[in-house]
Design a protein around this ligand. Structure first.
Ligand code: IFM
Length: 459
């Protein structure tokens, strides 16, 4: 029996020994998002968002769940800040709810802004860096009523919101991210319909994505001018595609096209100032309306790029240019049904490093997994999560060893929370939430990360 087991020390959840990820200037954090944890959807003048509407539509969200209460973080934020500080992380990634801070008249809602001021100040007092995302999917419903991200004007509304809130919160934020996973907002929200606002037209995704990215670009000058000491970034989701039959040219093409729509669609626009032609081989006739100067705005330099990675997809060609995802016999999957593939994470990071000449430093802004965690005698033994994270830490270490500049790693998520169309059934937290009592309990993964961070800090 090891000494740690004898004295009941938690097993460390840590990057490899001698990894630069153990250095003090490598940022370790945990992440959440407003609609997934805050609750209090009608408090202090918050306006309805597209997710309130979507959740209220029968059949859209598992078990009819909604973010109305979620983790009640709007009221329990002090407890949660203590939890974050106690974990020993360097940074906390949160998102600001647009419908909470901007009223119908387009002006700041002071009560909503004050919530974030209190939260950011307390995090600062505890020595925790603040990574704030401006848009993690909770579009004010009144903007959706005017076309949402299909309406070019929404990009200007977003830039105006970014201007006002960065002025109001100036000096309180370490790093601003404009958008979280614009691919999801555009594709899942406007073409596949599994996310709010639940629209399902094949042409919509490309136009919605263009307006999201335009909003990102339009917001840059204000963020720079209003808060020059803060970093500026955007957060993108990435995925690896591999052919079901590597010997089949059609499956290889399917895997390639999967990555074009999953990665290159967004990254080429941000980093090369163009949309990949191959996207329109996959989705003919969906070219968005792009005005002169748009792509220059979209591809302005960033201080870092936020990357969210979760899975690999195995693709089978449909015989034309389409494809379906299939399960890989013998592979490991999470509660989401996502394949666990840490090597694919390394491959993607190294691939981006080779492909994009002007790739900014990378921060892993999300990585983690859902499991059906249960409390037994006050403990949550989330062994698959510990193993998953440990392997993904090593994957990032390997990418760094191959030359990729990675500056930080945020685990998704601090808390079990509202997992969008899957409601509360899927648990991504390092910390378990009992939704009846709102009691938070550290899972073994949280204790393991805490043990590593404490040792790193010399505590
Ligand atoms: O919960 C989400 C998060 O809001 C965005 N990235 C993926 C996570 C897991 O699905």
């Amino acid at each position: 029996m090891t000494l740690a087991a004898l004295i009941k020390l938690p097993t460390q959840l840590a990057p490899p020994v001698n990894s630069p990820m153990r250095d003090r200037d490598f940022t370790w954090g945990v992440a959440t998002a407003s609609y997934q944890i805050e609750g209090a959807t009608d408090a202090d003048g918050r306006l309805p968002s597209i997710w309130d509407t979507y959740c209220a539509t029968p059949g859209k969200v598992l078990n009819g769940d909604s973010g109305d209460v979620a983790c009640d973080h709007y009221h329990r934020w002090e407890l949660d800040v203590n939890l974050i500080a106690d974990l020993g992380v360097d940074a906390y990634r949160l998102s600001i709810a647009w419908p909470r801070v901007i009223g119908l008249d387009g002006q700041l809602n002071t009560k909503g802004v004050d919530f974030y001021k209190r939260l950011l100040d307390r995090l600062g007092d505890k020595g925790v860096q603040r990574y704030a995302t401006l848009y993690h999917w909770d579009l004010p419903q009144h903007l959706e009523d005017r076309g949402g991200w299909l309406n070019r004007d929404t990009a200007y509304r977003f830039a105006d919101y970014a201007d006002k809130i960065s002025r109001a919160l100036q000096g309180r934020v370490t790093a601003w991210s404009t958008l979280n996973e614009p691919w999801c907002s555009a594709y899942l929200g406007y073409t596949n319909g599994r996310h709010a606002p639940g629209r399902t037209h094949p042409r919509y995704a490309a136009q919605a994505l263009h307006h999201l990215l335009l909003g990102h670009g339009l917001a840059q000058p204000a963020l720079k001018a209003n808060d020059p000491g803060a970093q500026r970034s955007i957060v993108v989701n990435i995925g690896r595609g591999v052919p079901e039959d590597p010997g089949s040219a059609a499956d290889r093409d399917a895997a390639h096209l999967f990555e074009v729509q999953q990665n290159a669609w967004v990254l080429d626009a941000l980093l090369d100032g163009r949309y990949p032609d191959e996207l329109f081989r996959l989705w003919p006739g969906t070219e968005p309306l792009v005005l002169e100067g748009d792509m220059d705005l979209i591809s302005q330099p960033l201080d870092h790029l936020g990357i969210n990675y979760y899975y690999r997809n195995t693709l089978r060609s449909d015989g034309a240019h389409g494809f379906t995802s299939v399960n890989r016999p013998g592979a490991e999957y999470t509660q989401m049904g996502w394949e666990v593939a840490p090597d694919a994470f390394t491959e993607l990071l190294v691939g981006f490093h080779q492909r994009y000449a002007n790739l900014p430093p990378i921060v892993i802004t999300e990585n983690g997994m859902a499991s059906a965690d249960v409390v037994v005698n006050g403990e949550i033994k989330d062994t698959q999560r510990i193993s998953y994270l440990q392997r993904h830490f090593a994957a990032v270490h390997n990418a760094m060893a191959a030359g990729v500049d990675v500056r930080g790693y945020f685990v998704w998520s601090l808390l079990d929370n509202f997992e969008w169309a899957y409601g509360y059934e899927r648990r991504f937290g390092l910390v378990h939430v009992d939704y009846e009592t709102q009691v938070r309990t550290l899972k073994h993964s949280a204790q393991g990360l805490q043990a590593f961070l404490r040792e790193r800090a010399g505590r």
